[in-house]
Design a protein around this ligand. Structure first.
Ligand code: GAL
Length: 679
């Protein structure tokens, strides 16, 4: 269901930070500057329950009364990210505990644990009170649960968590024998003889505890987070009028967001701070890398929005300093979100706070409260969005998918072979697809990944399917048999769902699909002589790991061989004709250069080449609406670039026609209207 009919701009506002006399003027200025939605109350528990069980709704009643004199709409938040001091003082067991057993005390945020029975009860009470009291307010269009679940901390080791972990495991394994078997506890005499002996990971000698326990513990952290979100979602839905949405803002580690959206949200919102990519130490993809996160947000459900979009320079009192967005950059990042599928963009925050931990984290306005160039830029965006009628709810167009696999991501945290490959390949693939102008989607590996969901794509990448889910293999095989192109990287197919290695030839369960066996392999050491692949006479980088491939099927063709070492001449890349399609196996991790060559060899073409030719420093994206499509061109560089427009096209933002050789200004954005919806 689409919750936004038109692209809307919003802003995070904290009425509790300001004199009440400022509220009216702030709201007026927001409206004048094209902001039509505010998000409020996510940390303001004491404003409603300053003493246990005593509720006073007058503060937000007064504020919402003022809001209702304007046209502004509200996203109201549950305040559970910041439990009050009275609560943590009286019930210290709600405080979160880290791996070292240290409690996190009152004074910052996110200092609670999801599994504390007391905290769950206090959550239930405050959420129900808020929903009952404010739920019917006309100005409230949606609710945000908590704030950034799993941010800062995504592992929880309080007593309540250890207990809940045992419940989770009992449900999963039914018996201790089954758990011992699944975790291979016979190794190093880890065998459990009573449930009370089973705990979340704790410090062990050289921190080498059981990897299968570790994998299940991360699955449990995700379940805990989703379960806590669902507790709030179910309560809110009991009280909220039809059509009022419930979301939360992500994306953070150790949460399966696809499941969270399915089970505990109407849609996800993402907090987009591309400026992290411009801080010292960030990698070369800089702010453009945020398109990768946006693709993840898009892959979580049918639609998504941005709850916090960077509008001012970041910085906490103990956190890295960041530069101020240069003229054009807020606009660029806003369109980066929209180009990638967001239907709603809310800036963080209206005015910079004059006190507290985030005293240096700037919003749109500075401390002085004067209109400034950032507000002017946002006002301009608001004007432009009016020209993008029909875009809200339109679909992002991608013909390539990358499988997003939570089991493998989490197992990769302890798998010294596969973990580094995964990180390298996700970046390499993203960079190649960005620079080649081939938009892609992430598709989450899970029960709803089937032949149909994959068939929308011409090609599907599974960077490293180390843990093999037989259902995923079935879906992939059907997709390939039906004509799809599938490619997996090194270390695919050597673990079962417990993260254990079956006694079978690799790629386990996928030998038919790929038509190969992997009988030898090696990790690649940094200082070892470089071994490459050779494909069509061209060198192919083969980073980090080498699977040495043995074709075993007549339909399998060797596409590249290794150029040196003891496996010189052995297969490095293979292609198996399987049904109507092709299953490729690539024996290493994907670097950008290699991924580009593989895309070419697989026949995947640039998406927008019939309309434009733009330099690789620009991002290309397409959205398909009911009546027309839009082609976005985003320039991340602080310099003018030249683009080639092959057919006369109108930029909807400026109303100008483009044809032939054209200039795109520093941080410039073009949104070309394409007359017909082209598939
Ligand atoms: C976000 C958070 C906001 C604010 C912002 C700037 O992660 O949700 O509450 O802290 O960062 O630091």
């Amino acid at each position: 269901m689409a919750y936004f009919n038109t692209l809307a701009l919003g802003v995070c506002y904290y009425p509790e930070h300001w004199e009440e006399g400022l509220w009216r003027d702030d709201l007026r200025r927001m409206e004048e500057n094209g902001i039509s939605v505010i998000r409020i109350a996510e940390f303001a528990w004491n404003k409603v329950e300053n003493e246990e069980g005593k509720f006073d709704f007058s503060f937000f009643d007064r504020f919402l009364d003022v809001v209702e004199t304007t046209g502004i709409k509200v996203i109201f938040c549950t305040p559970t990210a910041t439990p009050p001091a009275w609560l943590t003082q009286k019930y210290p067991e709600v405080l979160t505990v880290d791996l070292d057993g240290k409690k996190q005390h009152h004074g910052a945020r996110r200092h609670y644990n999801y599994n504390s029975p007391v905290y769950r009860e206090k959550t239930r009470i405050i959420v129900e009170q808020l929903a009952k009291h404010y739920g019917g307010r006309k100005c409230i269009i949606g609710w945000q649960i908590d704030n950034e679940l799993n941010c800062v901390n995504s592992e929880f080791y309080a007593d309540a968590d250890h207990k809940a972990f045992r419940v989770f495991l009992k449900e999963k394994y039914k018996s201790l024998e089954a758990l011992n078997e699944a975790w291979g506890t016979v190794f190093w005499n880890q065998t459990y003889t009573a449930w009370e002996q089973v705990c979340l990971p704790r410090h062990t000698m050289r921190d080498t505890s059981n990897p299968h326990l570790r994998l299940d513990s991360i699955r449990f952290f995700s379940e805990s987070c989703i379960g806590y979100c669902r507790l709030q979602y179910d309560l809110l839905k009991e009280y909220l009028p039809e059509g009022v949405f419930v979301t939360t803002n992500g994306l953070f580690p150790h949460v399966n967001y696809r499941r969270m959206v399915e089970e505990a949200l109407d849609f996800i919102t993402y907090d987009s701070y591309p400026e992290f990519g411009l801080m010292e130490g960030a990698d070369h993809l800089k702010d453009r890398k945020w398109s990768m996160n946006l693709a993840r947000a898009r892959g979580c459900g049918e639609s998504f929005g941005i709850m916090e979009q960077q509008s001012g320079p970041g910085g906490w009192y103990n956190f890295r300093v960041a530069p101020t967005a240069k003229p054009g950059q807020i606009r660029l990042w806003t369109y980066q979100s929209i180009a990638n599928g967001a239907d709603f963009v809310s800036y963080f925050r209206w005015r910079t706070c004059l006190f507290g931990t985030e005293i240096y984290w700037h919003g749109i306005l500075n401390y002085d409260n004067l209109d400034n160039r950032r507000l002017k830029e946002i006002r301009g965006i608001g004007e432009e969005l009016k020209r993008l009628k029909g875009m809200a709810g339109s679909a992002y167009r991608a013909k390539v998918a990358i499988l997003y696999d939570y089991d493998n991501e989490w197992d990769g945290e302890t798998d010294v072979w596969h973990g580094p490959l995964r990180r390298h390949s996700h970046l390499g693939l993203f960079e190649a697809l960005q620079k080649e102008h081939i938009p892609f989607d992430y598709v989450t590996v899970g029960p709803d990944m089937d032949k149909e969901s994959l068939s929308r794509y011409e090609a599907v990448f599974a960077p490293h399917m180390t843990i093999v889910d037989p259902l995923a293999v079935q879906a992939i095989s059907e997709y390939v048999a039906g004509g799809g192109k599938f490619i997996a990287g090194a270390r695919s197919g050597y673990k079962d769902l417990n993260g254990k290695c079956p006694m079978a030839v690799m790629p386990v369960g996928m030998d038919q699909l790929f038509g190969i066996q992997i009988l030898d392999f090696t990790a690649v050491m940094k200082d070892a002589p470089k071994v490459c692949g050779v494909m069509d006479g061209e060198r192919l980088e083969m980073p980090l790991f080498h699977d040495i491939l043995t074709p075993v099927s007549d339909s399998c063709q060797v596409m590249a061989v290794y150029d040196s070492d003891y496996y010189e001449g052995e297969a490095a890349v293979t292609r198996n004709r399987f049904g109507q399609g092709e299953a490729w196996y690539f024996g290493a991790a994907f670097s950008c250069e290699t991924a580009k060559k593989l895309l070419k060899a697989m026949g995947i073409r640039k998406e927008a080449e019939k309309w434009t030719d733009v330099p690789s420093c620009c991002e290309i994206a397409l959205r398909d609406g009911k009546e027309k499509s839009w082609l976005f061109v985003l320039n991340y560089e602080n310099r003018e670039v030249e683009i080639q427009v092959k057919k006369p096209l109108k930029d909807e933002l400026s109303g100008k026609e483009y044809f032939g050789k054209c200039k795109l200004m520093p941080y410039g954005v073009l949104v070309f209207a394409l007359k017909e919806v082209e598939n």
